[in-house]
Ligand binder design. Structure first.
Ligand SMILES: [Zn+2]
Length: 151
């Protein structure tokens, strides 16, 4: 997993590098350059800037919520632990890769009880379908169960 961090996230960039992630950080980069490099190099944008996160080209990004670097590291690890574990990587409908989706963006697209309990969402880059850990795993288990003979 490769990242590019915005100018406000120098401490986070250093911590993620220590954890072995490839993180591009240059505080002189303008938003447009961050977007271009992210697309060219396949990097996930890490940003504290809601304006940058809302840009259409910034689809593959994590909007960092906290000012505290420990919380920031945790947010990134939470967002990518499922991807890293290979549990949630591809859309079951159209086979496109999933990208992390922040909670605010997931807001009006998932049931309210899910939004209350789940913090980590993913979005299909192809069809825009939203996934989250609990339902996805349960749904997959449910589909398998239907095909298995009753015991
Ligand atoms: Zn899809």
């Amino acid at each position: 997993m490769n990242f590019i961090a915005d100018a406000m996230l120098g401490s986070l960039a250093k911590r993620l590098r220590l954890l072995g992630f490839d993180v591009l950080y240059d505080h002189t980069l303008a938003d447009n350059e961050i977007l271009r490099l992210a697309l060219e190099q396949g990097r996930v944008i890490l940003t504290r800037d809601t304006g940058l996160a809302a840009r259409p080209l910034a689809r593959n990004r994590v909007l960092i919520k906290s000012d505290h670097v420990d919380d920031q590291v945790q947010q990134v690890l939470d967002a990518f632990s499922l991807l890293a574990a290979g549990l949630l990587t591809r859309c079951s409908i159209c086979n496109q890769q999933l990208s992390p989706l922040d909670r605010d963006s997931a807001g009006d697209r998932v049931p309210e009880h899910v939004l209350r309990t789940v913090t980590t969402f993913f979005e299909c880059r192809g069809c825009g379908r939203v996934y989250w850990e609990g339902s996805h795993v349960k749904n997959m288990a449910g589909l398998r169960a239907k095909k298995e003979p009753a015991t």
